[in-house]
Design a protein around this ligand. Sequence first.
Ligand SMILES: Nc1ncnc2c1ncn2[C@@H]1O[C@H](COP(=O)(O)OP(=O)(O)OP(=O)(O)O)[C@@H](O)[C@H]1O
Ligand SMILES: [Mg+2]
Length: 346
Amino acid sequence: MYDPLPSQKTFHASEARFKGFSGPIGCGKSQALCQEAIRLSYMNPGRLGLLGAPTYPMLRDATCATLFEILDKNEIPFEHNKAENTVILGDTGSRILFRPVDEFERLRGTNLAWFGLDELTYTQEAAWLRLTARLQCGEVLWWYFANGSGMAYYDDDTQSAFQTAYGRPLARFLTPNDDPSLNGFVDANFLRSRLASYVRGIHTYVAGRHPGVWFELLWPLDVNLPETKRLNWYVNLPPAWMQKTGSEFASFVCEGFQFGGIDRNVDEVARCAAYPFAELKWSSSDCGYLMGLFNPGWPWEREFLASRRQRPSVVKMWAYDQICLYGRGVPLPSESRTSTLTDGSE
Ligand SMILES: Nc1ncnc2c1ncn2[C@@H]1O[C@H](COP(=O)(O)OP(=O)(O)OP(=O)(O)O)[C@@H](O)[C@H]1O
Ligand SMILES: [Mg+2]
């Protein structure tokens, strides 16, 4: 029994990964949140969700009170475990954790199918970051540089797997820019699919134990540049990763510390920040840019602005502790604009 108001309807209809509902006092935010929590509990039978609010009193007096009212009014069977501060829904066995998120350290390690926060405005950002944490597959690629004997493909496992498959030794690649089309791409394709299946193996293992886990790909453009590092690009970017569908990644974060930190080239920075959605087939809302900040003289403010102009969904810094150690100026730089173009994602 729930007849959503137009604004609540819009909120419920949104299919965004994260959605929000703001409005004046009493406009039905807590109601919409709790309705959504019940819906998500039914859609994720047996799984765990979290309903949070900035502090324990807010949680108890507004959010939980609203949820219990809805459960009672609609005669939805549930069990309230006061000691654990959880609710188990009788129909599906789904659990809802009630948690004040001011102690955000405690949110670590929860394996949630969904979460919802009431009064988000008063919630610390750190709590949000804990709840949206994901596993990042970084540095999973074949190593980027050669030494005197060539590229780093020649461990025993790889060599014998190739030998078994093709009845000859793997070709000797000497530099990151070797031609991947050697032997009709057979050798490069072998390395590329070995990488893809290695990462798929990690994903399958983790996802089997933590259903709903999100994987993010951290992928460096500078060491895999298609123009000057042809072999690296070919081997380290399996076709399945060029778009979200079929990649098993929820997001693609691109980095290229060489561009800002060594080349000091904002055009390269801009290309890198947009690479997965400008040159591959990802959409910008699933892409991020990881900027470095460590060598002396890094033009990090320019890099921050140049990358943000490309509008990836997030610009992350590597690393936050270095901002603190170097005593970099915060707030982060911003630029004034006379006009704004928006795609509605902000
Ligand atoms: N769709 C609806 N139909 C009928 N009543 C509703 C509906 N949505 C909310 N209400 C009622 O309106 C009142 C305010 O709703 P709610 O507490 O969800 O608002 P809120 O936006 O969270 O308020 P606050 O800003 O105080 O947190 C409650 O009594 C709630 O039961
Ligand atoms: Mg409320």
